[in-house]
Design a protein around this ligand. Structure first.
Ligand code: GLP
Length: 244
């Protein structure tokens, strides 16, 4: 695992954009796995800036997002499709038909999960998967549990996640109770993984995930087994880790 320590959120975002830009230059038709949440917003902002200056092109790239809330249509401002449009897709030269987000409105959700997994396979897998981390160690919406959930599946969100994500909604009651998420195996199949963490509130979980035991109780800990993981975190998020 590579660990890149940055002084703050802005530097973390620039370094993450550097790695994504390198991926796009090396393979313009790459498949990028994308994440939502507040952590990658600065990275997307930086990618948009570079794209608008003509330094970066997404015209051949494809994207697959990690997760989506159940029951929120794409035009709902809290849906992850809406988030991706507003933070990245609307501002760069990516083709809408090359961007994929799980369908949280599907009538048959288990079937839609299988189809999403088949879609990732048909794209020949993910070249670079971007991840944030939840306070309880979730990646995508893979919540702590007794086993590592494998492929794209329907999940009941934990109380802790509902509470954490309530900040984006007008009340906790509005936070959907379920989501569709890529599974741990879907994520682990990505050729490269880039996890971002910022701020003191992530310090404890970053230490547990990257320096603690590998356990489904801390889903992100499985990343210790991946051969090409880069953690980019700011000093606050790394403050509990003993790094030389
Ligand atoms: C959500 C998303 C995750 C994200 C996590 C952390 O629950 N499903 O993909 O990593 O929140 O969010 P934040 O970056 O806002 O701390």
């Amino acid at each position: 695992m590579d660990i890149i320590r940055t002084s703050d959120y802005e530097e973390m975002s620039r370094k993450a954009a550097d790695l994504m830009e390198a991926q796009l230059r090396e393979k313009p038709d790459c498949v990028l796995g994308l994440a939502t949440g507040s952590t990658p917003v600065g990275t997307y902002r930086e990618l948009v800036r570079r794209a608008r200056e003509g330094l970066l092109h997404f015209s051949k790239a494809k994207t697959v997002n990690l997760d989506e809330y159940v029951g929120l249509p794409p035009e709902n401002e809290q849906s992850y499709r809406y988030f991706m449009q507003k933070n990245l897709f609307d501002w760069v030269d990516i083709k809408r038909e090359n961007t994929f987000v799980p369908d949280g409105m599907a009538k048959d959700l288990p079937k839609a999960c299988g189809e999403y997994e088949a879609l990732i396979r048909s794209l020949k897998g993910i070249d670079l998967q971007l991840l944030g981390i939840g306070h309880n160690g979730h990646i995508g919406f893979n919540e702590p549990g007794e086993v590592f959930e494998k492929e794209t599946h329907l999940v009941n969100l934990s109380e802790r996640t509902i509470k954490a994500n309530a900040r984006f909604f007008s009340s906790p009651d509005e936070v959907p109770r379920q989501a569709v998420t890529m599974g741990i195996l879907s994520i682990m199949r990505a050729r490269k993984i880039l996890l971002l963490a910022s701020g003191a509130q992530k310090a404890k979980i970053v230490k547990e995930a990257f320096f603690g035991p590998i356990t489904p109780k801390v889903p992100a800990s499985v990343l210790q087994l991946h051969p090409a993981v880069t953690l980019i975190a700011d000093a606050e998020a790394l403050k509990e880790c003993d790094l030389v």
